[in-house]
Each structure stands twice: as C-alpha cells, then as structure tokens.
Design a protein around this ligand. Structure first.
Ligand code: AOF
Ligand code: ZN
Length: 356
C-alpha cells in the first residue's frame, strides 16, 4: 500500500472514506440537530471490520455504530470517519474514548469539528498515542451530507435551499394563476426526495392560499414515515383552518412573521439545520434580499407562458450591477425538464464568518 493522498492516507483508507461518505448520505435528513456522519472500521490487516452512520439525535454517533459492528476486530485497526471524532459528553459519550477503549491505533477523518463543545478530538487521540490523519476527502465531505450542518454551526442559522419549478421563461404560474403541473413526474419525484432530506419545508401564506399544498413526502420508501416539519410564515393570519398544510399528516408550525432572520432563528432553536424554501415569489424575494438563500434548486420545464408570476419576486435589486451572482454546481435532465443547482456567492461568505 502506498500513500496516494497528500494528507498521508493509504489507498485502502481513501476507499474506506468513500464508503463512509456514502454511509453518511443514507442518513441525510434524519440526524438534526446532529451532523450526518459516516464511519468505517478497518481491522489491523486492512480488511473491513465494521461500518456505521449517525443515529437520530440522542442515539449513538457514527464511530460508535461502526465500533459495535466491528467488535474485537477493531483492536489495532483504523477508524475512517467523515467528521473529527467528538471529545465531549453531550447526549452521548465522547467517541474519542470509545475509539481508545476499542484499541483503535489510527484515525483518518475528513473535516474538523467546528462545534466548540465537541472539538479537540484529534488532539486528544494524538496525546493518547493514536496516529491521526486529518483532511482526507475534506472537500467532498464538506460539500456533501455534512454541508447543511457545517453551515448551521458556522452561521448560527439553518442552511436554506430555495427550490422552484418554472417554465423556461421563469414563470411559476400562468396569468390565470393555474400552476399544476408545470414540471413532469420525474422532477416532482425529485422534489419529494429533496423534502425527505431536509428538516423543514417553508412557505409563505400566499402559497398556501394560492395552491393549498400539503408539503409532505409522498415518495417515502427511503425514510419511512418521517416527514419534515411544515412551516408557514403567516404574518397577517390569512391561513384558513381547513388548509391542507394544517392536516395531521405531519407537524406544522405557523409563524407570525415575514422576516427571514427571525423565522430562521426560531427554526434553529427547534433543532432545524436544513430548510427547504418552497415559495412563493414574495417570500423568496425577501430571502434573497436578506442573503438567506444558500443553495438554489431550479426545475425548468420546456414550456413558455409569457405572462404570470415569476419564480422570484422583488429582491430589492434595482440595477444589473447589483444582480445576485451564483455559481452553477450541476445541470441535469429529469424527463423533459432540466434541473439546475446553483450556489449564491454570498453563501461562501457566511461559511467563513462567525457572526451570520
Ligand atoms: C453526531 N454524530 O457521528 C458525530 C458527531 O449531543 P451528542 O452527544 O449527540 O453530540 C453531538 C455533537 O457531536 C455534534 O454537534 C458534533 O459536534 C459531534 N460529532 N455527532 O451526532 C456523529 N461524529
Ligand atoms: Zn461522537
């Protein structure tokens, strides 16, 4: 085995990290307020001894799950984890101590833990004689399943994905306000997958009045009965009692505000780390104006309307020089529709400053 990574990880450890990243993906949307972490234990001879991913909050961390699966085979082995093992006692005990007790001699991880309460795991392990390698596949980990949580720890508010489905000319409804269905069945199934990965789905009262959406995950074969929290911003108390969003198929929170920062703070306090903003145009405009959008997911149908509301309402931008700039992360085809994932430039700023 040779060192293939500038960080000093072996090829087998690189492969194990890819597996750990995939394990973390399987628990996306189920761990908040905790991060979605994956872990793999390699035995002393380099073979796979155990794997694990973060259990729902209050349950065991990824390392502990993987150690349980590995049993005595962990002794003299290597732990490969997407996040620095925690050194604190929160709702569960410190993973550093569990790794030491199991006799693990080497720990390879991707991203440093930015949570001040839990950080310091690498140092603790090194002091105890464990060989520690940091930063392996750090970019893949930080832009994957850990991304919403990392953002929330650093910015002090949940990560916000703004999703919309529009015609090629950017309209979310026709002049008569009919809007079902702009995109096709494949794109709509993708939206349900997206909802299953977030902690909360957010809309304004205008969307409830116009579309009466239920905002639940219907394609629930992946996550079973789990539903994201439904949140409606209803400053003027316009949502009727018989709105579908208030039915008992999932929990719903109606907030008496239209202010993005206030709403996001309230959600953060409830343990929400990833919010899916689903409209409408007025609310999306307010979120863009406040730089409270961290990712844009657009589903564009190959149709034209020429009239009707646009996906984004007024965002306080009056001249081209002030246009919000985004970087496209991916473009894909879903049936006849096109999906674009883009990241506003200001999202990079929020992840490097502490004051949010
Ligand atoms: C996780 N899963 O796999 C890792 C975590 O309250 P606790 O004891 O569950 O601790 C939560 C903190 O532990 C979390 O904020 C993060 O800093 C650290 N690492 N958490 O839920 C894991 N490795
Ligand atoms: Zn831990």
């Amino acid at each position: 085995m040779s060192d293939v990574d500038p960080t000093g990880a072996t090829e087998a450890e690189e492969a194990a990290m890819h597996r750990a990243l995939a394990l973390a993906e399987t628990v996306r949307g189920t761990t908040s307020p905790n991060p979605a972490v994956g872990a793999v234990i390699l035995a002393a001879d380099g073979s796979l001894a155990g794997e694990g991913a973060t259990a729902p909050a209050g349950g065991p961390h990824a390392e502990v799950q993987a150690l349980r699966a590995a049993g005595p085979a962990a002794r003299g082995g290597t732990a490969v984890v997407t996040l620095e093992p925690c050194a604190h006692t929160g709702r569960t005990g410190p993973c550093t101590e569990a790794l030491l007790a199991a006799g693990v001699e080497r720990v390879v991880y991707a991203v440093d833990d930015p949570n001040p309460e839990a950080a310091g795991g690498a140092e603790r392990l090194r002091e105890s004689g464990v060989d520690v390698v940091a930063g392996v596949e750090a970019h893949a980990a930080a832009s994957g399943a850990l991304r919403p949580w990392l953002h929330a720890v650093r910015a002090g508010r949940p990560f916000v994905t703004w999703k919309y489905a529009a015609t090629l000319d950017g309209r979310v409804a026709a002049a008569d306000l009919t809007s079902q269905w702009i995109t096709g069945v494949t794109a709509r199934a993708d939206v349900h997958r997206l909802r299953a990965e977030v902690d909360a789905v957010l809309v304004g009262s205008g969307t409830v009045l116009a579309d009466d959406p239920q905002l639940t995950v219907r394609d629930d074969d992946r996550l079973g009965p789990r539903q994201p929290l439904r949140v409606v911003l209803d400053r003027r108390h316009r949502v009727p009692d018989d709105a579908r969003v208030l039915d008992d198929s999932a929990e719903t929170l109606v907030l008496d505000t239209a202010a993005p920062q206030f709403a996001l703070k309230a959600l953060h306090d409830r343990g929400v780390r990833h919010v899916l903003l689903e409209g409408g145009p007025t609310l999306a405009g307010a979120f863009v104006e406040a730089h409270c959008v961290d990712e844009v997911v657009a589903y564009l149908a190959p149709t034209l309307l020429g009239a009707g509301p646009n996906a984004l309402g007024d965002a306080g931008i009056g001249t081209l020089a002030d246009a919000a700039l985004l970087d496209v992360e991916s473009v894909s085809r879903l049936g006849d529709d096109v999906k674009i994932v883009a990241r506003p430039r200001w999202a990079d700023e929020t992840t490097t400053t502490e004051d949010g």
